[in-house]
Design a protein around this ligand. Structure first.
Ligand code: GDP
Length: 418
């Protein structure tokens, strides 16, 4: 039987195939304070964009849908959804009610967009109301460093009324302008990878998850793991309520065929065979169990390594290496493999070239590994995910610094980073 590491490497390499990249639709997330009009805005855009004959699908309320726009360069689309546990988005549309102004969840949304390093545009909503005061909203935004464009700043603001459907076209245009259309890429030929938006038990149909496919193509019959839940795709239902055979990058889709309920925000990943999926599932369930038992068995970090060795919790330091070129990755892997003593040894989970991506985070989480980036950085989604999963990522530019840091960690000499 192949080892877990070998299987991980296999998924890694299949995920890393370049050359089949195509443009994908941007993912747009609506955020904002409660009652400022997120639901109304999502429904209004949906109604204005979905043809009447498809109106039946609207009641299905998947909470995420694809918006199609026919404008001068031709046909364009994006995926619009409400923010949930999953922090997967290319742009945030921040809804601020003009009669209420910036509120705590408005600030939270701004912080999220900043942390995820995604652009934000502001929909100043409810301008139909008599007490609407868009100028006050703009002042408050300016105070938070988001000076509106028409005040000489860089933040795009659009004054809308979701209720009266005012300026929705303008808002859609601005979304298209800001999302760097054509810049976003995905590889529809790889196995699907995504994020769980919501999950529920449906009477008769069993557990159903709505997922956002971030990359790859999901097909009926695919084995997958969602968080620590395994499954095999039995049916796919799109945002119009239609059954589909497959779902490509950026599509929101309902998946039937789960063995349990994953959590919103969980990663969703197609895995070549069912036994591998079950293996990862068991690992994750064990980790979840350990986590809930208290601080013991928490995420392995370089700082906590010594303590974990002392407590007899670990005898090895699992490491994932990503480097700018394959050659450096190999040199590093080789150098790291030589480190260690009778108490602790480096266990190389995988090494490869390219930016640290979400696949790396998934495997770091599944194997409790530390990630070393050599002349590379985590991409945007990976950074957000690493934070959520509490994965220790170390970035270096000099091989000596890497080995020095690992040696110090093994000796318990690492200064805590702030
Ligand atoms: P959410 O909590 O952000 O999803 O807010 P909702 O979409 O549920 O809206 C909260 C309330 O504001 C509802 O009663 C809506 O009808 C109302 N509302 C939303 N947008 C507008 C608008 O543009 N104008 C007016 N007058 N009311 C609105």
């Amino acid at each position: 039987m192949r080892s877990f590491e070998e299987e991980i490497l296999e998924v890694e390499s299949s995920a890393a195939q370049e050359g089949d990249q195509v443009t994908r639709a941007p993912v747009v997330t609506v955020m904002g304070h409660v009652d400022h009009g997120k639901t109304t805005l999502l429904d209004a855009i949906r109604h204005s964009r979905v043809a009447e004959r498809e109106a039946g699908g609207i009641t299905q309320h998947i909470g995420a849908y694809s918006v199609e726009i026919n404008n001068s360069p031709g046909h364009e689309a994006f995926t619009l959804m409400r923010a949930r546990g999953a922090r997967v988005t290319d742009i945030v549309v921040l809804v601020v009610a003009a009669d209420d102004g910036v509120m705590p969840q408005t600030r939270e949304a701004i912080d999220h967009a900043k942390a995820a390093n995604v652009p934000l545009i502001v929909a100043i909503n409810k301008i139909d109301k008599a007490n609407a005061n868009p100028e006050r909203v703009k002042t408050e935004l300016s105070e938070l460093g988001l000076t509106p464009e028409d005040w000489g700043g860089h933040t795009v603001t659009v004054e809308v009324s979701a209720k009266k459907q005012t300026n929705l076209e303008l808002l859609l245009e601005m979304i298209l302008l800001v999302t760097e259309l054509g810049e976003l890429k995905a590889n529809p030929k790889r196995g699907a990878f995504g994020s769980v938006l919501e999950a529920k038990i449906d009477r008769g149909r069993g557990p159903i998850a709505t997922i956002l496919v971030k990359d790859g193509t999901l097909r009926i019959g695919d084995n997958f793991i969602a968080g620590s839940i395994v499954g095999k795709v039995r049916a796919l239902i799109d945002d119009r309520g239609n059954k589909q055979e497959e779902a490509g990058p950026s599509s929101p889709i309902e998946v039937l065929g789960l063995t349990g309920l994953p959590q919103p925000g969980d990663t969703f990943q197609v895995v070549a065979d069912a036994s591998k999926a079950r293996q990862i599932s068991m690992l994750r369930q064990n980790q979840a169990k350990q986590k809930s038992l208290g601080e013991k068995g928490g995420r392995l970090t370089l700082e906590s390594l010594q303590q974990q060795i002392d407590e007899g919790e670990t005898k090895e330091l699992p490491i994932i290496v990503k480097a700018d070129v394959q050659g450096s990755a190999e040199v590093l892997a080789d150098a790291l493999g030589k480190l260690g003593d009778e108490r602790v040894k480096v266990r190389l989970i995988s090494s490869g070239a390219g930016a640290i991506n979400e696949g790396d985070i998934v495997f770091a989480a599944a194997s409790n590994a530390v990630i070393i980036g050599f002349n590379v950085r985590p991409d945007r989604n990976a950074a957000a995910m690493a934070e959520r999963e509490e994965i220790d990522i170390r970035l270096h530019r000099i091989i000596y610094d890497v080995t020095d840091e690992i040696k110090k960690a093994m000796a318990g000499l690492l200064e805590p980073t702030v």
